[in-house]
Design a protein around this ligand. Structure first.
Ligand SMILES: Cc1cc2nc3c(=O)[nH]c(=O)nc-3n(C[C@H](O)[C@H](O)[C@H](O)COP(=O)(O)OP(=O)(O)OC[C@H]3O[C@@H](n4cnc5c(N)ncnc54)[C@H](O)[C@@H]3O)c2cc1C
Length: 306
């Protein structure tokens, strides 16, 4: 256990104060023991992966941060059991080599498999849920399994986001056989494409706001009014990119203190080096207000505040 540990070191945005307590865990048993310690000591806790979707507070975290490094992998034909602390890209490289298909298009999404399940991550038409069969979790008392259905996956939504007591330990996937070379090529192509959006060294938490799912806008009158302001070609697979809304209100290149919006993408908030969490919150609020005023719609954060 470490004390007064810098949250900056744990997140890709490189902001935040100190965590009162910090521990890395490499097994299910040590993760559960850490949670039980927090309970007994009456301190709050948060299990994190690689901090690629997190906005910590400058005031720090008055509790225990548990960094999940459970890295087991068990392969049985096309059935694989993946520990939640595995880095997603490293796992995809291993699966590609084994000729196991299903995850290759998610190559380049930063973070752990657990973080991806929590946030129902996806990219380039491929989602973590696609080949997932069931999730192993700790519910605060015992270890359980949730079927895919029980995980309530939707676009960037899952039961784990809504009920933080469920801690993801691992997941079982049923993949397909494919030529390893073909899988390698697909992943490399995607990684190349992603490098254009996320330039190397950019301190950011990925896309800041969720895209707008047309089917989820209610009431109907709001939906009609909103859609009347959106060019048809901007509705892509039933979603309107927040980047488009943000670019329309002039977000690109905006700044608040040391936090800015990328010049090349309206939905990319970055830290220029010494940014503060209150600047992130303020800039997000300004952007949300402008979008609300122009389009009558509320943007919702994809990132998680800590
Ligand atoms: C450059 C960049 C590009 C990105 N591109 C994409 C993209 O294309 N698609 C996409 O979907 N996302 C993208 N993201 C966002 C991010 O990579 C994903 O959300 C990722 O899955 C988060 O994983 P993590 O391990 O870093 O989670 P963290 O950021 O550490 O945690 C995120 C949340 O998950 C919770 N959590 C983590 N692990 C567990 C667990 N085991 N049990 C319960 N809760 C847990 C945490 O408490 C926290 O609330 C991008 C981020 C960056 C920085």
């Amino acid at each position: 256990m470490k004390y007064n540990y810098s949250l900056k070191k744990l997140v890709t945005l490189k902001i935040g104060g100190l965590a009162k307590y910090f521990i890395n865990v490499q097994s299910e048993r040590t993760l559960i023991e850490a949670i039980e310690w927090a309970r007994k000591s009456k301190v709050s806790f948060c299990v994190i992966g690689e901090g690629s979707n997190l906005i910590p507070n400058d005031e720090g975290f008055n509790g225990l941060i548990i960094k999940n490094e459970i890295k087991n992998l068990k392969v049985d034909g096309t059935k694989v059991l993946i520990g939640s602390g595995n880095n997603l890209l490293k796992i995809i490289h291993r699966l590609n080599k084994l000729g196991l298909a299903g995850m290759e298009k998610m190559a380049g999404i930063p973070g752990t498999v657990g973080g991806a399940i929590f946030g129902s991550a996806g990219a380039y038409g491929s989602d973590i849920k696609d080949y997932l069969v069931r999730v192993k979790l700790f519910d605060g008392i015992k270890i359980r399994w949730f079927s895919k259905k029980q995980c309530h996956f939707k676009y960037r939504e899952s039961i784990f986001k809504r009920n933080k007591k469920y801690i993801i330990l691992g997941a079982e996937f049923k993949l397909k056989n494919e030529n390893p070379e073909k899988l390698y090529k697909i992943s490399e192509e995607i990684i190349k494409l992603r490098k254009q959006k996320y330039r190397q060294g950019l301190l950011c938490p990925g896309s800041f706001f969720k895209n707008i799912v047309v089917g989820e806008i209610s009431p109907a009158a709001l939906k009609k009014k909103f859609l009347s302001k959106i060019p048809k070609e901007k509705v892509i697979y039933g979603k309107i990119p927040s980047g488009f809304l943000l670019e329309t209100i002039g977000a690109k290149g905006m700044k608040y203190g040391k936090i800015g919006v990328a010049k090349h993408h309206g939905n990319l908030i970055y830290n220029s080096g010494s940014g503060k969490s209150n600047e992130v919150v303020k800039l997000a609020e300004i952007l949300k207000n402008k979008v609300k005023k122009r389009f009558g719609i509320n943007l919702e954060e994809e990132v998680q505040y800590l």
